[in-house]
Design a protein around this ligand. Structure first.
Ligand code: UD1
Ligand code: UDP
Length: 369
């Protein structure tokens, strides 16, 4: 019966992408008239930024495109060539799906439209309204090209309604939360605490946004802030490759490593990192996804950015934006330590069933039998 199957292709390329699609294979199996393949562009390629997630979460891509490491614009061009070739020579989908807002998302979206393949965007409608972020450009273009717009939070619906967008909008919830929900037992049994001898009370920190790490001055401020935090709590910092490269370039790695009471690690696998999020006293980050995961866990999260495309994490959740300012961050940490930080709730439909909803819509409306 396979010749009747309708074909779906998901394109991923970066760490957060892998984490947003873990439940698709299971859900699609419920519908025998659907078939799914996953392609990985190779944008993220280190074991700890890529393979570890397939091993842990069990969603191994069917195709690896392995684009070379070149400048952003050139990389997008090369991805487009490789994706087009995959579709022409190996797998012609009836629907393409892209998650998130990274360069791989944009490249795949452009190929879908060029090849006249209907496109669905997961995590559609998020807007930071900050055009200096490459991700904002990627989101807006992807949404303008997609026919099916799957939205994680209320703001996405409003944003899309204010734009010229021809797509069908579905508020389905957050597939990144599906992954936490599904793997919570494994997260709980992570051995990271003993592996790194992490204290009972600790803070977790990640930073990788170009606005924070690509200039020496901002990196220096980050190091001062880490030093201030470490004076009162152990700080665990899984270092993103972009940040590590920047610290090396500006010769700042020794100053970071010299701080007492911190634990610097390579990027962590999913279960270990989620354990940190769940158990941390607080989180300092500039990540997109971690704002949502902290909200889901109800853990105080300070996000070192001027804006967020995920306002539900602030309005409903436990996230707060902070400038890269020593005194302001110190004040928030004091509030957390004194139990004065706000409490939060889970946004609507962040219940572990977003992928199930998306696949049901695909199976019964978009690619109905
Ligand atoms: C990308 C996304 C960003 C997302 C982040 C998630 C774009 C424009 N940016 O940023 O939105 O928040 O991923 O982590 O798509 N590198 C390695 N090993 C790897 C991956 C990257 O060494 O496995 C190096 C690259 O060679 C490059 C730097 O890190 O020098 C940045 O990688 P890149 O994929 O361009 O952007 P990210 O900063 O990872
Ligand atoms: N993450 C992880 N290991 C780490 C750091 C992050 O598994 O060492 C996970 C994190 O829990 C979230 C995703 O990676 O699910 C977020 O990726 P990142 O912060 O790189 O990207 P962004 O969300 O900012 O695009």
């Amino acid at each position: 019966m396979t010749y009747h199957q309708k074909k779906i292709l998901i394109i991923v390329g970066t760490r957060p992408n892998f984490i947003k699609i873990t439940q698709f294979k299971t859900q699609i199996k419920k519908y025998p008239h659907l078939q799914l393949k996953i392609a990985h562009t190779g944008q993220h390629y280190d074991h700890q930024m890529s393979t570890v997630f397939f091993e842990e979460l069990g969603t191994i891509p069917d195709y690896f495109l392995n684009i070379p490491q070149v400048k952003s614009d050139e990389q997008i061009q090369l991805m487009k060539v490789e994706i087009e070739q995959l579709i022409t020579e190996k797998y012609q989908p009836d629907l393409m799906i892209v998650p998130g807002d990274v360069n791989s998302t944009l490249a795949a979206a452009e190929v879908a439209v060029k090849m006249n393949i209907p496109l669905a965007h997961i995590e559609s409608g998020l807007r930071s309204f900050d055009n200096d972020m490459p991700e904002e450009f990627n989101r807006k273009i992807t949404d303008s090209l997609a026919k099916y717009l799957f939205v994680t939070e209320e703001s996405g619906i409003k944003n899309l309604a204010n734009e010229m967008n021809p797509g069908n909008i579905y508020h389905v919830g957050n597939t990144m939360i599906d992954t936490i929900y599904h793997f919570d037992t494994k997260i709980e049994s992570s051995a990271i605490k003993s592996t790194y001898q992490i204290a009972d009370e600790f803070a977790a920190m990640t930073f990788h946004r170009p606005s924070n790490v690509d200039q020496k001055e901002s990196l220096q401020k980050i190091i001062e802030i880490i030093s201030m935090m470490a004076a009162s709590i152990q700080v665990v910092i899984p270092l993103h490759p972009r940040s590590k490269k920047a610290l090396e370039k500006f010769d700042l790695l020794p100053s970071l490593l010299a701080i007492e009471n911190i634990i610097i690690t390579d990027p962590l696998g999913y279960f270990d990192f989620q354990y940190l999020i769940k158990k941390a006293k607080y989180i300092l980050t500039d990540s997109g996804g971690i704002q949502e995961e902290a909200t889901y866990r109800g853990v105080p999260c300070l996000t070192i950015r001027e804006n967020t495309e995920r306002p539900a994490t602030i309005e409903i959740g436990t996230n707060e934006l902070v400038p890269l300012n020593f005194d302001i961050i110190a004040k928030h940490i004091k509030d957390i330590n004194h139990g004065k930080f706000k409490k939060g709730e889970k946004p609507y439909l962040w219940d572990g069933k977003a992928t199930e909803r998306i696949v049901h819509i695909i199976a019964t409306e978009i690619l109905a039998k």
